[in-house]
Design a protein around this ligand. Structure first.
Ligand SMILES: Nc1nc2c(ncn2[C@@H]2O[C@H](COP(=O)(O)OP(=O)(O)OP(=O)(O)O)[C@@H](O)[C@H]2O)c(=O)[nH]1
Ligand SMILES: [K+]
Ligand SMILES: [Mg+2]
Length: 440
């Protein structure tokens, strides 16, 4: 696998389709076009052409020539817009990739080349991946802000401040007679603390960023026959889950995504919680408990006139001690009421369903934030910013030694540089880009 190969892939969606876009990047891109047209076309303008490879005409379509470095990858690029026919696309890819120096692209390889040529950093590359996968309005806005450098600019600002702080220490070391190691002034400690708190503030928005990007997880739980599966179907206007009057119908977790006003809400149906002698049901009950623990919101469902064991939510405490918020929903309100419920619903009459959707949207917090202003949405972001904050915390205990403090600041800088991909192991790059689709 050589980096100076020219790569080719179908970059548009699944065929058949009206039009398919085949993209090339690398030194042979220009040759393909000049062989086809007799000469290179005007850069960045579409030109109608017979799409001929190795002398054989396969289609007629539009071609574009984007010489590097002003291209997406930074290399010479060509695009062929052809009919979105599976046979045309297959023939073109086969012909192109059998030309010397041209091969099929791997997943994410175009974006990886763009990264390696400095066209975008790792944070922005992830933003591009998010944008391609975005299904809701909030996911789109979050990804767009990331791709446009929202987090990159913030991180670069912090790196500048770290460089200034390091320069202050260097100056101290230079002016001291022994070449080290005077104590640093308290004012230096408070400058570091200010930066640390600024990073910490952005880090604190991670929870909301995750919800906007990955969705707000709502687990429907409760005793058997409380109406969990019926409610899941009513909320999602589907028949995704099996409903029956037999208690213990649901065993597996069932996830259904909802788009409420541009926010992804993931509803999770679960097995009714009870003691059971059925092995399969017992596994389902355990899964239900685990799902409740990792929920952003638990809806505990209770039907009217059902008393006894298992009608109150179980004690929930995860290893981290985290307690997911629990709201009690009185179901089957057409049959009677449930004392103490936060909201009553009936799938038979439709009562309370719209109100519950509104409450879920409100609980997701999505209405209270601008997706484009949230910077932190990936686990990588959290790890890097947390590492920087921890290093900066250590400075407070190292003020008596400028060398130790300088090392803390260096570690904080490394964490931020790694986030942007300025210093990164190949393995991280491999993992990151292989999550992209082919042709991106
Ligand atoms: N009258 C009335 N019946 C309902 C309502 N919701 C559910 N039911 C009935 O209650 C029974 C149980 O409903 P399910 O949705 O299967 O209950 P569940 O909580 O998913 O049950 P398990 O999966 O077995 O734990 C079914 O017969 C439903 O038709 C409602 O709003 N009104
Ligand atoms: K049931
Ligand atoms: Mg069920």
């Amino acid at each position: 696998m050589r980096d100076d190969d020219t790569i080719v892939a179908l970059s548009s969606g699944a065929v058949p389709s009206g039009v398919a876009v085949i993209r090339l990047s690398g030194p042979m891109s220009g040759r393909v076009l000049s062989d086809m047209l007799g000469a290179l076309p005007v850069p960045r303008q579409l030109k109608l052409a017979d799409i001929a490879i190795g002398g054989e005409t396969l289609d007629r379509g539009l071609v574009a020539w984007m010489p590097g470095p002003q291209s997406f990858t930074g290399e010479d690029c060509a695009e062929l817009q052809v009919h979105g026919s599976p046979a045309v696309v297959r023939a073109l890819l086969r012909k192109l990739s059998s030309q010397p120096g041209i091969r099929l692209a791997e997943a994410g390889e175009f974006t990886r080349r763009a990264f390696e040529n400095g066209k975008l950093d790792l944070v922005e590359a992830q933003g591009l991946g998010d944008l391609i996968e975005a299904e809701t309005e909030n996911q789109r806005a979050l990804a767009q802000a990331r791709l446009e450098g929202g987090l990159t600019r913030q991180v670069e600002g912090w790196r500048e401040q770290l460089l200034d702080l390091r320069a202050e220490i260097e100056a101290q070391i230079d002016f001291s007679d022994e070449g080290d190691v005077g104590a640093l002034p308290q004012s230096f400690g408070s400058e570091v603390a200010t930066l640390r708190d600024a990073i910490g503030d952005v880090l604190a928005t991670r929870g909301q960023g995750r919800i906007l990007r990955s969705g707000f997880r709502v687990v429907l739980a409760g005793p058997p026959n409380a109406g969990k599966s019926s409610l899941l179907n009513a909320l999602s206007r589907s028949d995704a889950a099996i409903v029956s009057d037999e208690p213990g119908t649901t065993r597996d977790l069932k996830e259904v995504p909802l788009d409420i006003k541009g926010q992804l809400i993931i509803l999770v149906d679960s097995a009714g919680i009870r003691d059971t002698t059925s092995k399969a049901e017992a596994i389902g009950v355990e899964r239900a408990r685990q799902a409740m623990l990792s929920a952003d919101q638990v809806l505990w469902l209770r039907a009217p006139d059902v008393d006894g064991e298992g009608v109150e939510p179980p004690e929930l405490a995860g290893e981290s001690g985290r307690q997911p918020p629990v709201a009690t929903i009185g179901t089957k309100s057409d049959l009677g009421s449930v004392p103490g419920a936060d909201l009553a619903v009936s799938v038979s009459t439709g009562a309370g369903i719209a109100a519950l959707l509104d409450r879920l949207y409100e609980a997701s917090g999505a209405g209270a934030v601008q997706a484009s202003e949230l910077l932190v949405s990936h686990e990588r972001d959290r790890e890097a910013l947390l590492a920087a904050v921890i290093s900066l915390h250590q400075v407070a205990g190292h003020l008596e030694s400028s060398e130790l403090a300088a090392e803390d600041l260096r570690q904080a800088s490394f964490a931020l540089e790694r986030l942007l991909g300025r210093m990164d192991a190949e393995s991280v790059l491999d993992r990151l880009f292989s999550a992209f689709c082919i042709g991106k």
